[in-house]
Design a protein around this ligand. Structure first.
Ligand SMILES: Cc1cc2nc3c(=O)[nH]c(=O)nc-3n(C[C@H](O)[C@H](O)[C@H](O)COP(=O)(O)OP(=O)(O)OC[C@H]3O[C@@H](n4cnc5c(N)ncnc54)[C@H](O)[C@@H]3O)c2cc1C
Length: 482
């Protein structure tokens, strides 16, 4: 088997050890919030009546609440969150806000080729709307429309980039730029880069936890009632009333409609229990770079960067010029569980730190201030699925598979459309009308996912060539991603 650049140019063990010495187990983004921005709201107690009740205080739930009030300012909307607003994926992600609603062009082409032009237009409109919402709703979540840079870090990936660029040119998209080795290294100075494609329009970078906390603040200003520390135990839809009740320990909300934005957590609907699996993704954050360190890496356009391997890294600059570096290992634990114990994985952070200094050897000596992890809600189609249940009283969306920062807002629009029985471009999409296949129950899920991960790692070590398992899964439209 071949090697990857991270094995060929491994930094000295002492550099990695030094870098990880002061690292705290904490989510930088959540620590970086203004005092009291999240977690101080009351617990739901007693009975409430509303028009719409939203379960989940991540982006999906928060956008739903905000957009519901924008559509219908007189509606009484209540949001119920198990812990605190944005504590889960929404407060701890990479902050890449992509236009794609299909987890990338290739996945969209393979699954919804006829709808893809419309999906691309809707996705771009969604990203524009998120960017515009800072001014429109008076929010500050450090949005920067930087685009995304995909560097080739192995020879075989250069060809992939050429194809990617050629496809964009064929579609008349002049915002996608091909950079040769010299040009890409002039943009971001990594000796591992052999070429790059910079998609200038289709991605923005943001502060993830601020997006969540700002959405919550705006929701409340619009009149939404938010309760934290209130896990919902079940939803009741008694036969003839036409209402839905969301029940917590000590409280309940009765409403005409409910929206579930519970992501990777066990669904309150039995039909969705097998639709997603939690996959753990790991992240490091450096201390702020000095001017000199910044000069040594260039990166003046501040693009979000994601390399081209199956097991890919994503990295970006924060407003205060730290580097967030995450990805590569995507770990599935037997039994589909979400557990805080899974958030500790020193061997993965050591691997990420080593890959960081392979990427930027000139930053040797820099240390990581934070390390954390989070669960990604992977679905078999790598992007969200949608639907309604219980006589149209409940709408749900989940399965964003590591690309939900942008598409959760779109999902909120779709769920509101579905509850309002709107027939429009969004609800006519095949992606909205058809549910993907579920994952199998255990032990098949663990065996299948781990065999797929092993195969993806081999492909990365083998010129990108996919083995029989991966080709079969590709043909069946199944797979595993993060
Ligand atoms: C480490 C990491 C990096 C990522 N990087 C990126 C990235 O760069 N770009 C990108 O696009 N995406 C990324 N993602 C994915 C993205 O963060 C998610 O797709 C997105 O945040 C999903 O939002 P959500 O609201 O659906 O889910 P969540 O943020 O998980 O929110 C769900 C909420 O529902 C609540 N809840 C669940 N069950 C109940 C219940 N029974 N009662 C009450 N409340 C309940 C939970 O407490 C939680 O707060 C990343 C994810 C991780 C983990």
């Amino acid at each position: 088997m071949g090697t990857t650049v991270f094995e060929r140019r491994r930094p000295p063990a002492s550099v990695v050890e030094h870098a990880l010495k002061p690292t705290a187990q904490a989510v930088f983004w959540l620590e970086d919030l203004p005092e009291g921005a999240v977690g101080g709201r009351p617990k739901l107690m007693g009975a409430k009546v509303a028009d719409l009740v939203v379960v989940g205080g991540g982006y999906t739930g928060l956008w739903t609440a905000v957009l519901a009030k924008r559509r219908n300012p007189g509606a009484h909307v209540v949001l119920v969150e198990a812990k605190s607003v944005g504590w889960a994926a929404s407060g701890r992600n990479g902050g890449f806000c992509e236009a794609s609603l299909t987890h990338g062009h290739e996945n969209g082409m393979a699954r919804w080729p006829d709808d893809l032009p419309l999906l691309n237009r809707l996705g771009l409109g969604n990203l524009d709307a998120i960017e515009a919402s800072e001014a429109e709703l008076g929010m500050d979540f450090h949005f920067e429309r930087t685009g995304a840079l995909a560097p080739a870090i192995e020879e075989h990936q250069v060809e992939w980039l050429r194809e990617m660029h050629a496809d964009a040119v064929a579609e008349g998209d002049d915002s996608v730029v091909f950079l040769d080795e010299r040009e890409v290294q002039a943009s971001v100075a990594s000796p591992t880069y052999l070429a790059g494609v910079w998609e200038k329009r289709t991605n923005g970078m943001l502060h993830p936890a601020r997006l969540a906390s700002e959405l919550a603040r705006v929701a409340e200003e619009l009149g939404v009632e938010i309760f934290e520390h209130s896990p919902v135990k079940r939803i009741d839809t008694p036969g003839s009333t036409g209402a839905v009740s969301v029940i917590t320990e000590g409280g309940r909300v009765e409403a005409a409609h409910a929206v579930l934005g519970t992501n990777v957590f066990p669904s309150l609907l039995k039909r969705n229990r097998l639709m997603t699996v939690p996959v753990y993704d790991y992240v490091l954050m450096t201390e702020p770079l000095t001017e000199q360190q910044l000069d040594s890496i260039g990166w003046r356009d501040r693009q979000g960067i994601g390399d081209m391997a199956n097991q890919f890294h994503y990295y970006r600059l924060s407003k205060d010029n730290r580097i967030l570096f995450g990805g590569y290992d995507a770990i599935y634990h037997y039994g589909r569980r979400v557990r805080s114990g899974y958030e500790r994985r020193p061997e993965t952070w050591a691997k990420l730190a080593s890959h960081f200094f392979t990427t930027f050897p000139q930053l040797e000596g820099l240390q990581f201030s934070h390390q954390w992890a989070g669960a990604i809600d992977t679905s078999t189609q790598f992007t969200a699925f949608f639907g309604t249940a219980r006589d149209h009283r409940v709408a749900y969306a989940a399965g964003f598979t590591g690309l939900g920062v942008g598409s959760t807002r779109f999902a909120a629009e779709v769920m509101l459309d579905l509850l309002e029985r709107r027939d429009n471009e969004r609800t006519q999409l095949e992606m909205v009308r058809k549910r993907p296949l579920p994952f199998p129950p255990e032990p098949a899920a663990a065996i299948g996912i781990n065999a797929t991960r092993w195969s993806l790692d081999r492909a990365d070590h083998n010129g990108g060539r996919r083995n029989l398992l991966l080709k079969t899964l590709d043909a069946l439209g199944l797979g595993f991603d993060s």
